[in-house]
Design a protein around this ligand. Structure first.
Ligand code: ADP
Ligand code: MG
Length: 623
């Protein structure tokens, strides 16, 4: 240890930026500082309790972990202290002076641009400590790591403006205390009832006792009183827990300011006993789609009420990564490590139970609470779709929960289930028809749907990015095949088939002419059974990728095999007839090429040469 005893350091540039953002934009929610600091104290107690399993000597003074909140009207300070794990000098520097976690960086990225700093993001990104500077113009942290000698205490102090000082100090007890020197107009936090009501509101279900000094003659005394419920909420019987309790516990999990949408609380008894309390948020967290994958927080694993770790990855499949909550297992070894967890049989069973509970809950919403289900689906429907390929065992259950727009639905709204669809299938209809495209308009307007519309066959309209990929894993539902209206054959009755054959025979010379005119830009030309109004469309084989997707992948830099499309034409259409009768070779070629290009455009494909297309169109327009 040859670090200097006292020194002044500059915050990393990003920390200064975060501080500025947090203090200036959180003003309307300034009381959250207390929740954030108590949450840090509670984390520190959790960590020490976990460490003490292997090293019981770390628990000193009777071993009761607690969090103390006190105020001093003369000094105008509020102090939050804990006897948890504490920090070494290096940890203080790493955790509150630099960008310790990737959280801070992501927070900044999320905050830059149009986005206004939003209170609900603070806890989520792990920048909670800095909320102290919303109400304080100076913050003093004193900390001593559990197990370190009294002489190795460290004092950190800053006005939150760019620098902080560090000093080695003597601290009689391990743990951390955070002293807030309040700004001049923050006197409201010097009142016991005010602090107390905030603790009840935000931190009642913190699992450690939160204590406050008893007050006498408007002054704090030396006597301490526990003011929170301090019980692990999930261990109580459901009948003793109110909705408010559930909601306040949800918020104390520390990732969301909004109410939870719904929850499921269960105890499994038997050869393996465990409790799960799982919540569906009402809004997607900021980083569900972006950074959410590499650092998943939100599901805490406890073993016999001892917090072990954030174990969302071990306890939930990826497609349920929006779920928050607690799993408390009775029978796992307390010294379990992440590596052991990953191959633990018992854990596999707990994971399966979590999945089942969550799917039960979503099904219940779909059945009994359509508005809540709609909120859920809007927020997480696309994430849930990943389960179709990720979770083959539950594919049918997940598919039942999916909702789509449809040619018989309510406009762009995604409200039609596969069961709705099957319930109104025409007599003799065998498949569930769908089409994928870039947008609702592109899907609904696809020329490929014309015959379906004319025959009154419903087609599901899929236009979310993930749909094309998802549908690759959903070839069947309730014994019915899912088929793309843009691929393969269209459903024809015998009369249709006869007509189709006749039309093809009649169009033979036309087909031959088109093949010659279009040369190697196409694989084949056919008379379409899909078209009633449009002159042409593309038809894909069952295994071909939708053109809009192929375009996206190409744009993303993937090498896609060139495939030559099959062009389908409608011989009744005036434009097609013009190709047939046009004797000027150059003009006929322009017309034929435009038939192909308009089919490519409406399928969302990429035109190989857009400027040639424009010139061609202008030639034809000018006659
Ligand atoms: P987060 O809690 O999400 O990590 P914070 O900004 O709230 O982000 O805290 C930053 C880090 O500072 C914590 O991860 C922890 O390592 C450390 N820390 C803060 N408060 C305490 C405390 N009371 N005891 C021990 N460590 C703490
Ligand atoms: Mg925190």
């Amino acid at each position: 240890m040859n670090a200097p005893v006292a020194e002044t350091r500059k915050f990393e540039a990003e920390v200064a930026q975060v501080l500025h953002l947090v203090t200036h934009s959180l003003y309307s929610h300034k009381e959250i500082f207390l929740r954030e600091l108590i949450s840090n104290a509670s984390d520190a107690c959790d960590k020490l309790r976990f460490e003490s399993i292997a090293h019981p000597e770390l628990l000193v003074g009777g071993g009761e972990l607690h969090i103390d909140v006190s105020w001093n009207p003369e000094a105008r300070t509020v102090t939050i202290s804990d006897n948890g794990i504490g920090m070494t000098r290096d940890e203080v520097i790493a955790n509150i002076g630099t960008i310790a976690s990737s959280g801070t960086k992501r927070f900044l990225e999320a905050m830059s641009g149009e986005q206004k700093a939003d209170a609900r993001l603070i806890g989520q990104f792990g920048v909670g400590f800095y909320s102290a500077f919303v109400v304080a113009d100076k913050v003093t942290v004193r900390s001593r790591h559990a197990g370190a000698p009294a002489s190795e205490g460290v004092q950190w102090e800053s006005d939150g403006k760019g620098e902080y000082s560090l000093e080695q100090v003597e601290l009689p007890e391990s743990g951390t205390s955070v002293v807030l020197h309040l700004k001049t107009d923050e006197d409201e936090f010097l009142k016991r009832w005010q602090l107390r009501s905030l603790i009840t509101k935000y931190s009642d279900h913190v699992a450690f006792p939160i204590r406050m000094p008893v007050e006498k003659d408007d002054k704090p005394t030396d006597e301490w009183e526990t003011i929170n419920a301090a019980s692990a909420l999930w261990t109580k019987p459901k009948s003793e827990i109110s909705d408010e309790d559930y909601q306040s516990f949800y918020k104390s999990l520390g990732h969301d300011f909004n109410d939870a949408l719904a929850w499921t609380h269960n105890r499994v008894e038997g050869s393996q006993s465990f409790t799960t309390l799982l919540y569906l948020p009402s809004q997607p967290p900021f980083d569900l789609m972006m950074g959410g994958r590499d650092e998943r927080k939100g599901l805490k694993l406890y073993i016999k009420r001892v917090f072990i770790m954030d174990a969302a990855e071990e306890l939930l499949p990826n497609y349920l990564r929006f779920v928050r909550g607690v799993v408390d297992a009775d029978d796992l070894p307390l010294n379990v490590s992440r590596e052991i967890l990953q191959q633990n049989r018992q854990l596999e069973r707990i994971k399966a139970a979590c999945v089942k509970r969550v799917l039960d809950l979503i099904e219940k919403l779909a059945r009994d609470e359509p508005e809540k289900f709609a909120t859920f689906y809007k927020a997480f429907g696309n994430t849930l779709k990943e389960g179709i390929s990720e979770d083959a065992n539950n594919r049918e259950r997940i598919a039942k929960l999916l909702r789509f727009a449809s040619t018989k639905g309510e406009g762009t709204q995604q409200t039609v289930s596969l069961d709705d669809y099957i319930g109104r299938m025409a007599i003799g209809q065998e498949a569930i028809w769908y089409i994928t495209a870039d947008s609702y308009a592109a899907a609904f307007g696809s020329p490929q749907l014309e015959a379906f519309k004319a025959k009154g066959i419903e087609v599901l309209l899929m236009f979310d990015r993930i749909d094309e990929w998802m549908i690759g894993s959903l070839s069947e539902y309730e014994g019915k095949k899912l088929k793309s209206a843009a691929k393969g054959d269209v459903p024809l009755d015998d009369a249709d088939k006869a007509k189709q054959e006749e039309a093809t025979k009649e169009a033979e010379p036309l087909l031959k002419k088109l093949k010659e005119l279009l040369g190697d830009r196409i694989g084949d030309v056919k008379v379409s059974a899909r078209l009633t109004d449009s002159p042409s469309c593309l038809a894909l084989s069952d295994y071909e990728m939708a053109p809009h997707l192929a375009r996206l992948l190409r744009e993303a830099g993937q090498d896609m095999p060139e495939s030559k499309p099959t062009l389908e034409i409608n011989p009744q259409h005036a434009l097609v007839k013009r190709v047939e009768t046009e004797t000027d070779e150059a003009k006929a070629k322009d017309l034929a090429t435009l038939l192909l290009e308009q089919a490519e455009i409406s399928a969302g494909a990429q035109l190989p040469d857009p400027s040639a297309f424009v010139q061609r169109m202008n030639r034809v327009l000018l006659g």
